[in-house]
Design a protein around this ligand. Structure first.
Ligand SMILES: Nc1ncnc2c1ncn2[C@@H]1O[C@H](COP(=O)(O)OP(=O)(O)OP(=O)(O)O)[C@@H](O)[C@H]1O
Length: 265
């Protein structure tokens, strides 16, 4: 029997049910004979952080890649705001409100913090190549860039050369670049990797701030952080989901303890 849990709507609070912004149904991605993502279903709702955890090579980044449209699924279906986007390219999904950050730095180090954000905002527009033709278009991107930097706590560093930022600030900038595209769904790939304690706290505070207005999927190895911020946790092993539940239930799950968290969890 499949260990995958079928997507199910998150619990309703009163008469305002949280909205499912992204629904992945039985999504698989194979590389030759390797099932990197194997029959995974999950639902991302506005106002919730859904963490995806698992050992190295479990398929977490591949899952982000297929949800964002960077690589096609082998099978399964991805719905964004109720529309089937399974065959839609990454830029089109981005324009429909799907933002992602990367494990690797994707900033232009020689450009200013602001320029990085502005370019990101511009790239998410329907005709990104004609940015010089319309002042209004550029203005809109500038506004989006400022707003994103402000939200990410980087407004004071807008003029700084991006390459001169600390590691933590670069990760913040990655999130700001993502926010500049006005996403409703955020797929974050290890935003805490390589961060010190103070930078981690700053990033967690940012996540808490973003949560009410977004559906957030967080791929992360820092278990303390995951259990602090996640409303729901999906655990992957060898491409498959072995558990998907509230944090307390995941922590108590025997299979998860053995496969991932360790006996002491
Ligand atoms: N483009 C690719 N071609 C072939 N195999 C790939 C490709 N991308 C990923 N894989 C393989 O798919 C599996 C899942 O990789 P993935 O990077 O998704 O895991 P992960 O859970 O994100 O790991 P980590 O925590 O180390 O980042 C691994 O065995 C990896 O080697």
């Amino acid at each position: 029997m499949s260990a995958v849990l079928a997507p199910r709507p998150e619990a309703s609070s009163g008469d305002v049910a949280p909205k499912a912004l992204l629904v992945a149904s039985h999504v698989s991605r194979h590389f030759g004979g390797l099932k990197a993502v194997d029959d995974v279903s999950l639902t991302l709702t506005r106002g919730a952080v859904h963490a995806v955890i698992g050992t190295n090579g479990a398929g977490k980044s591949t899952l982000i890649n297929v949800l964002s449209g960077e690589i096609p699924v082998t099978s399964g279906r991805v719905e964004l705001m109720g529309s089937d986007v399974t065959r839609m390219s990454q830029p089109l999904r981005a324009r429909r409100g799907l933002g992602r950050s990367y494990q690797r730095n994707t900033i232009f180090p020689a450009f200013s913090v602001f320029e990085n954000c502005r370019l990101s905002a511009q790239a998410s527009k329907p005709r990104p190549w004609d940015w010089w033709s319309s002042a209004a278009r550029c203005e809109a991107s500038c506004e989006a860039a400022f707003a994103a930097l402000d939200k990410a706590g980087l407004a004071a560093l807008a003029e700084r050369t991006a390459g001169a930022l600390s590691h933590g600030q670069k990760r913040q900038l990655e999130i700001a670049m993502c926010l500049a595209t006005a996403p409703e769904v955020l797929l974050l790939d290890e935003p805490l990797a390589g961060m010190g304690a103070e930078e981690t706290e700053r990033m967690l505070a940012l996540l808490a701030e973003l949560k009410p207005g977004h559906a957030v999927m967080l791929v992360e190895h820092d278990m303390d952080a995951v259990f602090r911020v996640a409303d729901r946790i999906t655990v992957m092993v060898n491409g498959r989901v072995i558990a998907s539940d509230e944090p307390a239930a995941v922590r108590a799950n025997r299979e998860v303890q053995v496969a991932y968290l360790g006996e002491a969890a």
